[in-house]
Design a binder for this molecule. Sequence first.
Ligand SMILES: Cc1ncc(COP(=O)(O)O)c(C=O)c1O
Length: 369
Amino acid sequence: MRAALAHLAPYNAGLSADRVRERYGIAHVVKLASNESPLGPSPAVHAALASALGDVALYPDSYCTALRAAIAAKLGVNPDCLIFGNGSEDLLSVLSRAFLDPTDRIVISSPTFSVYADSAAMMGATVIDVPRPPDLTLDLSAVCEAVGRKPKLLFLCNPNNPTGTAIDRQDFERICRLAGPSTLIVTDEAYFEYAVVDANYPRSLQILRAMSAPWIVLRTFSKAYALAGLRVGYGICSSPEIARQVDLARTAFNVNHLAQVAALAAWNDTAHMAKTVTHNRQELPRLAAALRARGFAPARSAANFLFFDVRENARLIADRLIAKGVIVKPWGGAYGTHMRVTVGTAAENDAFIAALDYVLPNGSPHERE
Ligand SMILES: Cc1ncc(COP(=O)(O)O)c(C=O)c1O
């Protein structure tokens, strides 16, 4: 094994609903651990997949031609500026392969999506972490200072996973303006569709076009488009040259045929997306209010999940919730008393709150069985 892998921990993907059913003998499992969409994908996806099944003997289109054209047209970007991956986590590791040498640095702000640091560490690069302040937003001046150290990659996760907190337009511009031409700004907008309804959320494509640094905006079909199981992520690059460099580091058929077909059908169903976002706008505040009513203080979220301190070992509490049929994501390390819960259907959110009341009556952990 390469030495660079020695300190990596396996990705904590959590338990699948099937494994929980099997292990605990629970018929109805509520999975609120991976920020999936409770409404599922557009109905158009089912029809598109059914008609594409006949083509699976053939290799997929390595260029994602139809999906590329549709995304480029709607976003008003050059199709050659787009990159595609087997989920955006694939693109994150492709970016590290494409751009990071062992002498390079990246900047992240923890707690954040672990793949940035892990992919960089795999290439032997150094991770500069600018930890978040107690309100879990960015430490703006410390991030600006870190950008001044000329990192090769600057990761801005917006909204951030696991906190849900978003960088507003002003702060985003201020940080990006500081990046010079030797820094690639990587804005991870996995939860873009949920966040963009807020006028303060930065319109990154417009803002970044005016910057001198190169940039990539990453988005995904896994979250609001509800295609996590099919794995499609894409990125918009500042130039065809950056996209070409990323493409050199990917595998040729990294987005399979069914994934491309499904993503195109989902992309074109704007009415279903509106429904998904509206649902989240109704349920996120209701879930946050239910947590606040129990004395918890979830971070202000622009996404489809909430992050909060349970004031106990979150892993133990999550295990007790699993025994009640509810899967959430406990955090670790410095945030070992925090958990992240995805906004589900109204019934799923109620089931989560009821299970939380059961395992934490009066805010203290307790097991009655
Ligand atoms: C911030 C962020 N980026 C990227 C991803 C990866 O998403 P996917 O690989 O499913 O596109 C996730 C998934 O949880 C995420 O939260």
